[in-house]
Every structure is written in structure tokens, then in C-alpha cells.
Design a binder for this molecule. Structure first.
Ligand code: F6P
Length: 341
């Protein structure tokens, strides 16, 4: 008898941990007697029926590899009127189920396909932004924040040699988790998050005081931070999200800080470096666990669910609940950072 087929896709921005998660799905699927196909480049591959068989031998050595072996895109089939093509691909590839790995956008599409067309989907949460509400952590975040923390420490070294203030801009879209963890982890002097507008007076006073104490001061700024008095035309992607790459937060803050404090200031933007490279151990284990759990959910027929980390357990939550709202930095975390910085 032909084996049932599970398709896997990765959509949205890539992040470290995707390959271990794909590996988890494929190895568990093989144990349970399923075969897998890898959909190429996210929802774009479901529109174009671009798929390749993927078996245990393809994934065995993938646990430490960054990126996604399937490719990804920010294509939204609901935006382009391509949902019928997605449904057709599901039929022509003779799929039993689809495991969609992504953030709120990719999983939002998965949820709609499940609700409107009864497609057998299971969601796997991924994003370096860590902004999915239904799970404690998403893989990709630990690797991104660890790299950002190391970058901040390097900036502190060179900044101190030159008696400068340093500004590090990190990613994170509308949630400041990466900036927050980086600032706490690296012992930064100031934190600028999308969750609250920058208080320029407060920032400059604190930086001056820190610089006087330790010959260097460092600000960690999130790419989406709101700098008072400056508004720019923002471009949107297919999911209606602001494209943040041209906001130039680090550069703008640097000018303000230098003018206000009269202390020489430099900035660095680590951008996509946060999304590449080998996943940390945490992200390898989390990716693997949620990948394996996703296959278990397929086997149990619990479609319309997403795997989520709650405490130490990987559980199933509904895709509907998982995509209902974003997880932004909470007041308790803000208070903690205010106590330290
Ligand atoms: O959503 C993940 C993310 O890395 C955001 O932090 C960032 O704003 C965005 O992707 C960048 O996207 P792109 O790779 O399309 O420039």
C-alpha cells in the first residue's frame, strides 16, 4: 500500500532551528510509515506545485545547519488570489497533510486554509522575533539574541578604547524581545523598544552618566522603535507589515545622541546576521522537539493545531488561538529591564 504523504513548508523570514525542525518531522514520519515531500520556498511552492521528496538521509546531518533547506518566501496566496492553486497542489501531490513552519503570517494562512477548506494542516512556530503568543519560545530567537549579545560585547570593547557611545540596532519587528534579551545579557546602558517611544532626554542623561562611569556606553535599539518627532513613509509587504530595513534607527539615534551628549558616537546594524549561522543548542533541541511533535499531531489527526512550548512540555494549541495576537514585551519585563539598565 502506498504510504501517506506529508508535505513540509517553511515560510516568512528564515531562522536558525528550521533545519532541525524539518529533520524532526522527517525522521518521525519515517518511523511512523509516512513519506515526506519538501515544498520549495513557502506558499510560493504550494502555488507552483514545486516539491521534492525528502527522506531521512537528506536530513540526518541538518541539525547544526542554519537557514532552511526548503527555501522560503513571503508570498501570501490570499493576497494574490492563488488559494485555488494551493488547493489544487494539495490534490495533485496527493498530500495527506501539510506541516507549515512559520510566524504569524505563514500560520495565519495555514489557519485560514484549515478553516475555509478543511485542509489537513499542522503549524510549527518559528521566528527570531519570539512574538507568537501561544508558545513560550520560538526557535531562532535564542540564536539571534545570543549573536546580538556577542556583537554588543564587541562594541563595548572598541567603544571603551575610543571613549565612545555605541548604538547597536537589532531586528525584532514589532516586538522588542531580541533587544531586551540582548541588553540584559550584554549589560547595556539603555534599551529602545517598539513597545514604548524613546525618551530622548532620559536616554541621553543615562548614557552620559554611564559613559562617565565606565568610559563607554551602549544602547540596544530595536529596528521598529518609535523615535519622537520623526515620521517616515513606510513600505508594506504582502502581509501588510512595515518593511523596516530602511528606517535607519541606529543612524538616527546616533545623530541625536552625539548632538545631545557631545560624546563621539558610532553605530552598528547586525541585520540578517542574526538569522544565519548554526542554531544554538537550545534552538536545535526546540526545533527538533516541535518537529517530532508536529508529526505526532498529523498521526493523531489533530489538524488545525500548532505545536507550542509551555514550560517544559510541547503541547498542541489551536492555530486560531496561536495566530490571534502578537506577544510583545510585557510590563513585568519592562520593569525588570528598568531595574537593571
Ligand atoms: O520576522 C523576522 C524578521 O527577521 C524581522 O525581525 C525583520 O524585520 C524581518 O524579518 C526582515 O525581513 P527580510 O528578510 O524580508 O528583510
Amino acid at each position: 500500500m502506498a504510504r501517506k504523504r506529508i508535505a513540509i513548508l517553511t515560510g516568512g523570514g528564515d531562522c536558525p532551528g528550521l533545519n532541525p525542525a524539518i529533520r524532526g518531522v522527517v525522521l518521525k514520519a519515517s518511523k511512523l510509515g509516512y513519506e515526506c515531500v519538501g515544498i520549495q520556498e513557502g506558499w510560493k511552492g504550494m502555488i507552483n506545485a514545486a516539491a521534492k521528496p525528502i527522506g531521512p538521509d537528506d536530513v540526518r546531518e541538518m541539525t547544526g545547519k542554519g537557514g532552511t533547506m526548503l527555501g522560503t518566501s513571503r508570498t501570501n496566496p490570499y493576497k494574490n488570489g492563488c488559494v485555488p492553486k494551493v488547493l489544487e497542489t494539495f490534490q495533485t501531490l496527493n498530500l495527506h497533510a501539510l506541516v507549515a513552519m512559520g510566524g504569524e503570517d505563514t500560520l495565519g494562512v495555514a489557519n485560514k486554509l484549515y478553516k475555509e477548506h478543511k485542509i489537513n494542516v499542522i503549524g510549527v512556530p518559528k521566528t527570531m522575533d519570539n512574538d507568537l503568543d501561544a508558545t513560550d519560545y520560538t526557535f531562532g530567537f535564542d540564536t539571534a539574541a545570543t549573536l546580538a549579545m556577542e556583537a554588543a560585547e564587541r562594541l563595548i570593547d572598541t567603544g571603551r578604547s575610543h571613549r565612545r557611545i555605541m548604538v547597536l540596532e537589532v531586528m525584532g519587528r514589532h516586538a522588542g524581545w531580541v533587544a531586551l534579551y540582548t541588553a540584559i545579557g550584554a549589560g547595556a546602558d539603555y534599551l529602545c523598544l517598539p513597545e514604548r517611544p524613546v525618551d530622548i532626554k532620559d536616554m541621553c542623561a543615562k548614557l552620559k552618566a554611564a559613559h562617565a562611569r565606565r568610559d563607554v556606553a551602549i544602547v540596544i535599539a530595536s529596528e521598529a522603535v518609535d523615535i519622537p518627532g520623526e515620521k517616515k513613509e513606510e513600505e508594506l509587504d504582502e502581509f501588510g507589515h512595515m518593511i523596516l530595513k530602511d528606517r535607519g534607527v541606529a543612524e538616527r539615534l546616533t545623530k541625536i545622541i552625539e548632538t545631545e551628549t557631545k560624546i563621539e558616537t558610532r553605530s552598528a546594524v547586525i541585520g540578517h546576521m542574526q538569522r544565519g549561522g548554526p542554531p544554538t543548542l537550545f534552538d536545535r533541541i526546540l526545533g527538533t522537539r516541535v518537529g517530532v511533535a508536529a508529526t505526532d499531531l498529523v498521526h493523531e489527526g489533530k489538524f488545525g493545531s500548532m505545536v507550542a512550548l509551555k514550560g517544559d512540555a510541547v503541547i498542541a494549541v489551536s492555530l486560531e488561538a496561536a495566530t490571534a495576537k502578537l506577544k510583545t514585551v510585557t510590563p513585568a519585563w519592562l520593569r525588570l529591564s528598568d531595574d537593571l539598565l
